[in-house]
Design a protein around this ligand. Structure first.
Ligand SMILES: [Zn+2]
Length: 61
């Protein structure tokens, strides 16, 4: 038990900085311009990438 507590005390805030937010659904989205629109749908779609965990999502305009 003591070792587990010590391990957890090793600056968790710094190690998990951002990832905790990402797991909670608060990603740091930044627009990526590699794929400006979806050809299949013929709609303008912006591709976003999370700068912390690398997750991507698209948003139709
Ligand atoms: Zn993220």
């Amino acid at each position: 038990m003591g070792e587990i507590i010590r391990f957890k005390r090793r600056k968790p805030a710094e190690q998990h900085r951002g990832k905790t937010l990402c797991k909670s659904g608060f990603h740091k989205w930044e627009p990526v311009k590699e794929r400006p629109f979806d050809v299949r749908r013929g709609k303008l779609v912006t591709l976003y990438r999370c700068t912390r965990c690398g997750a991507t999502r698209t948003e139709a305009r």
